[in-house]
Design a protein around this ligand. Sequence first.
Ligand SMILES: Nc1ncnc2c1ncn2[C@@H]1O[C@H](COP(=O)(O)OP(=O)(O)OP(=O)(O)O)[C@@H](O)[C@H]1O
Ligand SMILES: CCCCCCCCCCCCC/C=C/[C@@H](O)[C@H](CO)NC(C)=O
Ligand SMILES: [Ca+2]
Length: 587
Amino acid sequence: METDLRLESSLWIGNKRYRAVLTGWHLKWTEADKKNGDKKTVSVPVAEVVGVENGRVEILPQKSVEDTDKDFTVFYIKRSRSRSTYGLLWNLGRTQFSCPSRVLRDQWTNHLRTALKTHSPLRPHRLLVFINPFGGKKKGREIYHSLVAPLFELAGISSHVIVTERANQARDHLLKKDLTGFDGVVCVGGDGMFSEVLHGLIGRTQQEAGLCETDPAVTLQPCPLHIGIIPAGSTDCVCYATVGVIDPVSSALHIIIGDSQPLDVCSVHHASTLVRYSVSLVGYGFYGDVLAESEKHRWMGPLRYDYSGTVVYLSNRSYAGIVQYLPADPLLSSPKDKTRCLSGCNVCSRSTERLFPHTSDSGSLYSSHFSQYSNDSEGEWVSVEGRFRCVSITCMSSSCARSPLGLSPSAHLADGTGDLILVWDTHPLSFLKFLYRHTSTQDQFDLPFVEVHRVKAVRFSLPDGREEEVHEGIGELNRAIGGEEREYVDTVSRNGSQQQLAQSVVERETMNEHKTVAPILCGLCCKKTPAVSVWNCDGEILPFTEIFCRIHGQLVRLYARGIEDGAAMQNCSQESDKNKSRCITYK
Ligand SMILES: Nc1ncnc2c1ncn2[C@@H]1O[C@H](COP(=O)(O)OP(=O)(O)OP(=O)(O)O)[C@@H](O)[C@H]1O
Ligand SMILES: CCCCCCCCCCCCC/C=C/[C@@H](O)[C@H](CO)NC(C)=O
Ligand SMILES: [Ca+2]
């Protein structure tokens, strides 16, 4: 294969002559009329070529084509460091080559296109795109049409675009409609929009596999379709933690080249109900209260979280609870080992082998069942009880612009575990120190009132009698402010079979808002600390307090590759001559 695709000739860029070589894996060009020592080689991996066009072509900010018959243009990925974040920005690099003849030009474009097909098997051909026109700063449509669609067109990807008209439209579409022919699903929006796609795809996959999602002991089937995220929300935590930057062009390029990042998913259950799935934060106490408070101030846009964080901090609350957890194998990794899960992470790669032992490559992953849960039951549960400022479970670092290293900086995207962070009740200033450390590089776990455990499952319950106390409190408050009593659990019909799914607070517009914000109102207006908080599940409020969480290793795959280590890529420029050419594109 390698020899078939090899092509070598002189090509011109402007008025300079280059020796260009296509080896199958790389396209390289070296200035020809320079002394050996001054020769610089640019090397682009074929896997990072975005498209090849005849003529002299430009795409962004506007498409322009000069249709000459001896020229061709190669578009590829070019990295640059982002000033504000840890990861690398991906931009569209472009080089226009001139050939001595049309025949040679056609040979180059044909060889390059064949090399692309051969070496990038996961590149999508057809995508289903959901745009939330109201997410974040309400720029989803503009972002997609001006920055993303031209790149998809260049890469030959056809997209079916749906601009949503209501919450949960994307989830319902994925649960019920024909998905034949699509390679992946793209969401343009924030974490809430991603969550819709996550629920739709996981639900659809289990439905087709005949598996019951409500049973926490069931080994769920990994989803066959990849998910792409074009960030256009308020927090965009999932995008930040899996790509390292919030940048629609970088994300579009990861989708185009068919990057593949497995992701752990936490299923949250109450009694015999599946409540929701989460990939980032399942948080009780501070993070739940901040979310409930922020829902009242949606009109503030992304700023609502800062405002609500301050209000909730000042209300100085802690909550009683019993936390039980099933520790993960401490020999594999630790949340305090100060490592970071970066692109090509060894801990995650070894987990793939452990979770899917019968598969040597990711392609056959979807046909395998993993027996993780039966192993889980061999572990010993640990139980703690007391008053907590917050209890958080996160399957990944949950980094975002507010917290660049995240809630748990050493958490892994795809190791089949989550990190349980217990913040015991403490003095308000000590808690502020804990919160502040999220925004810096200081260790938020190096505090006497904070514990962190790597876990496979967690159960949270209230001390005896508290659950009734809560419901009475909320009921009384509702009666006082004119709210209605209503059951939270919704019944969703899927393919004729009735399946219980806790109602998402995405549908909060149609819900009794007083119920979800009742504890907050209690705290602020009635000057009485509520007995319970609410759970924040990836930005949605859960309708239950007592929950059971289980981590499902690598249940979905994103068009991403984890965070590329900017510092390591930068060091490439100091590499030995042998590696230098490989590194030039990283500068
Ligand atoms: N057309 C629509 N009208 C109203 N709500 C919608 C619509 N489309 C999607 N939604 C819902 O809007 C919610 C918020 O959207 P999204 O996540 O895109 O933005 P965000 O909340 O600003 O960002 P983040 O979740 O990152 O904080 C989602 O939970 C989604 O279900
Ligand atoms: C007194 C001011 C307090 C400032 C607190 C700073 C701490 C920042 C920690 C941010 C963690 C965000 C975790 C991500 C959660 C997402 O899943 C979710 C959905 O987008 N976002 C939110 C805000 O709940
Ligand atoms: Ca994990």
